[in-house]
Design a protein around this ligand. Sequence first.
Ligand code: GDP
Length: 440
Amino acid sequence: SELLQTVKSAAVNSPHRTFPLERTRNIGIAAHIDAGKTTLTERILFYTGMIHKMGEVHEGTTVTDWMEQERERGITITAAAISCFWPEKKEPGLVKLFEGEKFRINIIDTPGHVDFTAEVERSLRVLDGVIVVFCGVAGVQPQSETVWRQANRYKVPRIAFVNKMDRIGADFDKVVEEIRTKLDGYAWPVLLPLGKEDQLRGQIDVICQKAIVYTDNDRLGSTYVITDIPEEYQAVAREAKAKLIAALADRDEAMAELFLEEKEPTPLEIKQAIRRLVVKNEFVPVVGGSAFRNKGVQSLINAVIDYLPSPLDIDPPKGQHPYTHAPVEVVVSDASKFCALVFKIWSDPYVGKLVFFRVYSGILRKGDSVYNVRTGKKERISRIVQIQANERKDIEVVYSGDIAALVGIKDVATGDTLVAEGFEVSLEPPVFPEPVISMA
Ligand code: GDP
């Protein structure tokens, strides 16, 4: 079976990839306006960019400087999709599911429209997981309900981030309770804020029962130590862990067995159970913190890696024959024939029209021709780019599960399926609510 596993994995990943498919996360960030989506996105891009390039965030480089450079190069975080890279470091005292591995995170712009527009629908289809940001003061707001319902509708696995815990009036428990009662989310904290308002000092890792204490509690908050939980928080942390384990045991068989045998699951077992349930959209891990704190944002990225699915963890899209509508299987693997969905066309001030697409199967190389299932026309791909943190990068090849943009392609619209010639498949048309027909 080990051999079979190797063969299967070889079929999924072509040999030249730097990031195996299982180490890709296609995510969105959704929120009610003002909850901190922009700030969080900027910070994720900043930290992932800096840490990927330099190994750490250096003093002197601030998010503002970095955003300034980005603006000079004409890149904005409103691009339809931005790729970033994250080394999952070993941190003594903490347990990670994928320690020491490098990840690619694609952040897909998720419009927060009230309606199920085609645009919202498409952005939700191309992502595999979402961070839903809540304001620690305002809690669940009307637009958070909208994005939550949309994520339910498309069965998008999610992590809840309770932001702005540094603000006056922030109340973590109240927001968690609202996620349960107003949104009907099976939500349980995995990282508690350590303190609040101007006393926000770090986070408590519920699973490992450790404190992540910021040692410079300024706006950057970049240095930290991992310690035992301070005395006054120990009871709260223990109770949160007991409740988390009980909640998991209610929904996960392996956890239920340990629970019945009165065995304490290890942190690794707890994390694996959470991952299994999140991928099935049956559990919502909650992270409390502030987008203003460096380490707080990093902990959230760690949670994304640990819990949100890779393209291999979720059901592949249902394809159909463009004319007969007979089902066509799409196999998520580099070894399959190329098949991709165009989800956004975006005007880049420097490059011109960028056609963003997600590859579901196969690979696409610069110079290849693709066939547009809607128009029946073939076009040669002369340029492929990716927006990587704060640069626009030309790439030679894009692999299955990944997101990139085409430059210079003419007759294309969002929702189009692009395929290798001879692969007769159209990705299932979007499902819209039943129209209300007036009987007048
Ligand atoms: P968006 O509308 O969801 O994109 O929200 P923004 O990222 O623009 O944030 C709205 C406001 O909240 C801005 O003034 C941010 O500086 C502020 N903000 C964002 N995150 C935090 C946080 O963690 N703590 C505090 N105190 N303010 C924050």
